[in-house]
Design a binder for this molecule. Structure first.
Ligand SMILES: [Zn+2]
Length: 296
């Protein structure tokens, strides 16, 4: 039986990744909300990723650019200004996703990391405020730890083209990707399946994709990119309300529990805008945390 959520990986260093950008400063808000709302859940500092881990999924020229800041076009391909601190934060956040995946796998439980900005980073460069593809890196670490079949479930508003490009080069990792905005789209291939949904068929599309996963009981680990940016006020499309997102999170964790598959979530997208503040974004992400806690 799947064990419940008791640990979420987080470090204040996560906030140093593009420090003024919602995608990262919100992690501190989610950490505070976990402490207040779920005192039985502990926050654990991850072991930061190292450069050798990055080189398994990203080309050496890009990794070198992240270290040195040059060439600037490559070092800043994520969309942020490069600073010497950037890599420290990215390595911590990436390590959080890796440790969450390994914890979920070894303890057969639901867990997560307050990491964001992962899925657009491809083999050769960053993109769309994503620097290092922590989803792919975590999946590889889980394979090393004995998982035969790792499923990356990407429900961020945008497509996970960076992930698709990386996992195409590795065995035992597959992706199901339901998106509502076409940024970073790609052709469905042997490893990754991309489905575009709309505000009025969003939950049905996800339900169908989950139902279509072949022999789900043989999945050893789900890595869940739980973006909140499909929400109509957090960067997404009309019709995807808080209730829809709540139902989505219940559906995902119920699927994992039903098939007895451990699951590790990342925060991913979700943006404050037009009167929808960081506190509102934090409460959306807490829907993931609560679902992980109740369905584990
Ligand atoms: Zn997104």
């Amino acid at each position: 039986m799947l064990a419940t959520l008791t640990t979420v990986f987080h470090s204040p260093a996560f906030n140093h990744v593009g420090a003024t950008f919602d995608t990262h400063i919100k992690s501190a808000g989610v950490a505070s909300a976990i402490t207040e709302q779920l005192p039985a859940v502990s926050l654990a500092a991850p072991r930061s990723a190292d450069i050798d881990e990055l080189r398994r999924i990203h080309e050496a020229e890009y990794v070198d650019a992240l270290i040195t800041g040059t060439p600037a076009g490559l070092a800043e391909s994520n969309g942020f200004e490069w600073t010497p601190d950037l890599l420290t934060g990215v390595l911590a956040s990436t390590g959080g996703m890796r440790d969450a995946a390994l914890c979920a796998l070894s303890e057969h439980r639901a867990t997560g990391s307050l990491s964001s900005g992962l899925h657009h980073a491809g083999p050769q460069r960053g993109a769309g405020f994503c620097t290092v593809n922590g989803l792919a890196l975590a999946a590889l670490a889980a394979r090393d730890a004995g998982a035969s079949r790792v499923l990356i479930l990407d429900l961020d508003a945008h497509c996970g083209g960076g992930t698709a490009a990386i996992i195409a080069n590795h065995n035992g990792i597959e992706q199901v990707d339901v998106s509502v905005i076409g940024f970073d789209s790609y052709q469905t291939d042997r490893c990754s399946r991309l489905v575009m949904a709309a505000g009025d068929n969003y939950l049905q599309a996800i339900e169908r994709e989950l139902a279509d996963i072949a022999t789900p009981d043989s999945v050893d680990l789900v890595i869940y990119n739980a973006g909140m940016d499909p929400h109509e006020s957090a960067g997404g499309v009309a019709g995807i309300t808080t209730e829809v997102i709540r139902d989505r999170e219940q559906m995902v964790f119920a699927w994992a529990a039903h098939h007895d598959v451990p699951i590790a979530f990342a925060l991913a997208g979700g943006y404050a805008r037009h009167g929808f503040g960081i506190a509102d974004v934090v409460e959306l992400h807490m829907l993931t945390v609560h679902a992980a806690h109740s369905f584990g």
